[in-house]
Design a protein around this ligand. Sequence first.
Ligand code: 1BO
Length: 268
Amino acid sequence: MIPNLKLNNGIEIPAIGFGTWQLSEGEEVEQSVSIALKAGYRLIDTAKIYGNEYGVGKAVRESSLERKEVFITTKLWARDLGFDNAFEAFEESKNNLKLEYIDLYLIHWPGPSPRVWLDSWRALAQIYQKGDARAVGVSNFEVSHLERLLDNTTLPPAVNQIEFHPFVYKKQAPILNFCVANDIVVEAYSPLAQARQMNHPVILEIAETYSKTPAQVLLRWAIQHGTIPIPRSSNSQRIRENLDVFDFELQEEQMLRLNNLSTGVSVL
Ligand code: 1BO
């Protein structure tokens, strides 16, 4: 059973989710989401730019789960920023997913013009107030974006989804700290660093201590930082393994060793 966290508007969100970035529309995303739901994931993350919303919605509708048992996130892409555009893009995502409502709708990327993304936020606030999204938030927002947003709204974002794994820890820690201080939950995308560091000796050594995989250690590290990791995989064994991270706890010293792997460089 996956524990839940609470967002700043009181709604619950699973402590780990299933990411679908880079899963192709059709069989790949449908099968992966279906395996994830059977394995026990209850948070599925997609975005209009991923081009796979239709398959995500289909897998959710065809599962044996009730709609309210699954938490669905999608996102407003940068090209759709702006007040009117945001409403249109939201409707398009909802139609692609063929779902009555979205649990969490995020501005995917702030873009260069604060006026434009603040206009988009006003649209998201209305979507939230109408009940078409149960919570709204942002993604890839840095501290300066968050400060500006909080100065210009009465509705704080519930979530900021950012790249988060040990190799970007130093760059992202100020954002995490700001979010924690302002009651904004951080979701961690690319929590496995795109599988580029699975043979790192520090990760391997810690994994061996707990008889866990390197991926499970990275996910546990993200969870112990209070973030919600959203690992992606199309491999059924790894999809299941990535969920098996609630029966061990990293020691403070191991957390610090992992923090210190950071070079400050994004792996994207
Ligand atoms: C371009 C997509 C990055 C993660 O959502």
